[in-house]
Design a protein around this ligand. Structure first.
Ligand code: ADP
Ligand code: MG
Length: 245
């Protein structure tokens, strides 16, 4: 099947009305092939988070369409959208967003509880093992390093077996070494893992882990690079930022 995992068609998102209207996304058309790993870059305020939130069904676009595995999200009721998100989409954030009073394994199990699905302890342990944290299952977030917390958040995003994983600056709060570990994991989940991964980042080194980097400026696509190294990506970003200053 050549249908992309996610397809955005003329996606626009405006905030506010009248003179105060901000066009955060302006007619973005973009497809994410199955198993691909894409980085989204662009100056601050260029619409990266808005793109991710719309693609993940966390925000509703003003116009245009978003399809995930062939399902059009924009026509779904809130309830159907929530169900689809729980089953088919994983999301990790810069600030990890773990529940502080739950242990690692309880955090990972949370999406299953929310979905009313059978809680398999073995499955929770298996996913924690996949991110190298089997030995930290009973620890609370405050007892874990930043890199370990982000790996718990990754395990939590993976527990329902989503086809797509989104990350909004998932390595933004990590030092470069632990950031690299998380990036290696994301790359492994795409590729061999068969998941589709879409990550927003400011960091050209992080973006170089992706197969493709797409650039946004003022809510519009502004080209892409494939299989680029960090230097090429940094040069491109410098030009974009200079052009928008
Ligand atoms: P990025 O992630 O690239 O920094 P965002 O997607 O967060 O950019 O924001 C794109 C634009 O939309 C910015 O101008 C931002 O101020 C605006 N914006 C984002 N969210 C809101 C909101 N909830 N209300 C009003 N404006 C918003
Ligand atoms: Mg952002």
């Amino acid at each position: 099947m050549n249908e992309p995992a996610i397809a955005l068609h003329r996606l626009s998102r405006r905030y506010g009305t009248g003179n105060g209207t901000v066009t955060a996304l302006d007619q973005v058309t973009l497809a994410f092939p199955r198993g691909s790993f894409t980085a989204v870059m662009g100056p601050s305020g260029s619409g990266k988070s808005t793109l991710l939130q719309c693609a993940a069904g966390l925000d509703r676009p003003t116009s245009g369409s978003v399809t995930v595995g062939g399902t059009e999200l924009t026509v779904l009721s809130e309830r159907r959208l929530t169900l689809l998100r729980r089953e088919r989409i994983g999301f990790v954030f810069q600030a990890f967003n773990l529940v502080p009073y739950l242990t690692a394994e309880q955090n990972v199990a949370l999406p299953l509880r929310l979905a009313g699905r059978r809680l398999s302890r073995a499955r929770v342990r298996e996913v924690l093992a996949q991110v190298g944290l089997a030995h930290r299952a009973r620890h609370r977030p405050a007892e874990l390093s930043g890199g370990q917390q982000q790996r718990v958040a990754l395990a939590r995003a993976l527990i329902t077996g989503p086809e797509v994983l989104f990350g909004d600056e998932p390595t933004g709060a990590l030092d470069s070494r632990t950031g690299r570990e998380v990036l290696e994991m994301l790359r492994g989940m795409a590729g061999r893992g068969g998941r589709t991964v879409v990550m927003v980042t400011h960091d050209p080194v992080a973006a170089s882990y992706a197969d493709r980097v797409v650039f946004l400026v003022d809510g519009r696509l502004n080209g892409q690079l494939t299989e680029a190294d960090a230097d090429e990506i940094a040069t491109r970003m410098t030009h974009l930022e200079a052009a928008t200053c």
